[in-house]
Design a binder for this molecule. Structure first.
Ligand code: DQA
Length: 151
């Protein structure tokens, strides 16, 4: 049983009320449920954490180093494009790390096309809506398997 931390940043608590043409109609609870159901068959559990505050997200990542977390999936919202603090916190963690975005950030406004966290994660999934979370869980399971094989 592995524990996957599913971390969400600012405004993702408002999913369902945001522009549906960009973010769809699912709520954050729906997203966490979807990820949980994707992880369960492989025997993994998902812990959903959301905060509007950069420092809370940084602190939660610090805790992940020692609290039994095995992998991280992160949608940092707009902090994706600005937060070197979050990038530094992710860099500390020697765990599988996958970045997710509901929208295709590369096809949107210029400021969204740069992710300061992409360099410190294993990979990024963007543009597939909520299905991106199932893809992210699959990616994490693959990364955990590869680590187990190396150990
Ligand atoms: C987002 C993309 C970000 O640019 C935006 O600020 C969000 C959501 C996404 O999931 O597509 O809040 O991370």
């Amino acid at each position: 049983m592995s524990r996957i931390l599913l971390l969400h940043g600012p405004n993702l608590s408002q999913l369902g009320a945001r522009d549906a043409s960009v973010y769809g109609t699912a709520t954050l609870d729906d997203v966490v449920d979807l990820a949980t159901r994707a992880a369960e068959p492989a025997g993994h559990e998902v812990e959903g954490v959301v905060s509007e505050y950069e420092g809370d997200l940084v602190t939660r990542l610090h805790e992940a180093r020692t609290d039994g977390t095995d992998a991280v999936i992160v949608n940092a919202g707009a902090l994706t494009h600005t937060s070197h603090a979050l990038a530094d916190a992710l860099a500390i963690l020697d765990l599988p790390k996958v970045e997710v975005h509901l929208s295709n950030i590369h096809g949107r406004e210029q400021f969204r096309r740069t992710s300061v966290i992409s360099p410190v994660v294993d990979g990024t999934i963007a543009g597939f809506g909520v299905n991106g979370y199932a893809l992210a869980v699959g990616a994490v399971i693959g990364l955990l398997g590869a680590r187990a094989a190396r150990a």
